[in-house]
Design a protein around this ligand. Structure first.
Ligand code: NAD
Length: 293
């Protein structure tokens, strides 16, 4: 059976390492990293994400600020807030919670964030630098960064290996493919229009699945011994669970764990890594701005 890649455990280790660094920085130069989260509107799910991010910051000693703007705010108003944080020395990371209200253009808003404070890594210039050879972005998007961290911490060799990323979203699939390529894998992207996705995926030594379709990846998609990183979080009906649903990944865990060499569970795999990487990016931002090694 496949080795279980324990994202919950790794995320805990990462958070502990960050807490140590935050203290070291504070003791050495008197600076505490600060993250501001801007939420426009009142979506319940977004409010929960923002609350979780705040709690995670507090637990490692990062200062967090929250700005709530009404749903009917104008783009100019949001940009005005972003601009004030761009020049606020106590703020090192600025995160605009997505999705934005429909009347706003994501790119216009994300473009307003200073690339040096863009801890989500969604600024078009940071994405562009991620795609360029010989360049590095200031920040890498948190979920794909979390996938790479899991591969590194479990000693999975990437150089020269075949990797397949299933899904090509701006926030996960596309940056995950760019990161694997930067790490010298040979990368294919499988998406909704791909013919014979199982045949292509079966060539992969490393699979990152970020689709949003429960149990899409079956046993016959997987090369024996492959490493599987399952980003998907999909609710499925489960009358036996107290909430009448449970969460499963994009990969059929039961089947995949028989053939794969290593696999992330859902929940407890990539999920906990995402917020840990946000904390890591915020610490990195503060260190870079204050030239603290
Ligand atoms: P998305 O809907 O933006 O993108 C899905 C991608 O999958 C698209 O590029 C599409 O082309 C591709 N796709 C759709 N159907 C397909 C099929 N049948 N075969 C192959 N490809 C197909 O989704 P997303 O934001 O990238 O999220 C993907 C999944 O990851 C979701 O389940 C989401 O909940 C989860 N997610 C988890 C985290 C985390 O922290 N663990 C973070 C973000 C997203």
């Amino acid at each position: 059976p496949a080795k279980v890649i324990d994202g919950k455990l790794v995320a805990k280790q990462v958070r502990e390492e960050i807490a140590v660094e935050v203290t070291r920085m504070k003791d050495a130069i008197g600076i505490v990293p600060g993250l501001v989260v801007i939420l426009v509107g009142s979506r319940k799910d977004s409010q929960t994400y923002v609350r979780n991010k705040k709690k995670a910051c507090e637990a490692v000693g990062i200062k967090s600020y929250e700005v709530n703007l009404p749903e009917d705010s104008s783009e100019e108003e949001v940009i005005k807030h972003i601009a004030s944080f761009n020049s606020d020395p106590s703020v090192h990371g600025i995160l605009v919670q997505l999705p934005l209200p429909r009347h706003m253009n994501d790119e216009t808003i994300l473009n307003a964030v200073s690339i040096e404070k863009d801890v989500d890594g969604f600024h078009p210039l940071n994405i562009g630098r991620l795609a360029m050879q010989g360049r590095d972005p200031f920040f890498v998007p948190c979920t794909p960064k979390g996938c790479m961290e899991l591969l590194h911490r479990y000693g999975v060799e990437i150089k020269g290996k075949r990797a397949v990323v299933i899904g090509r979203s701006n926030i996960v699939g596309m940056p995950a493919a760019l990161l694997l390529q930067k790490a010298n894998a040979t990368v294919s992207i499988v998406h909704s229009q791909t013919k014979n996705p199982e045949k292509i995926t079966r060539q992969a030594d490393i699979v990152i699945a970020a689709v949003g379709v429960a149990n899409l990846v079956r046993e016959n998609w997987i090369k024996p011994g492959a490493t599987i990183i399952d980003v998907g979080i999909n609710p499925v009906d489960d009358p036996e669970s107290p909430r009448c649903y449970r969460l499963v990944g994009d990969v059929c865990y039961e089947e995949a764990s028989k053939v794969a060499g290593a696999i992330t569970p859902v929940p407890g795999g990539v999920g906990p890594m995402t917020i840990a990487m946000l904390l890591s990016n915020t610490l990195e931002a503060a260190k870079r701005i204050h030239k603290f090694k």
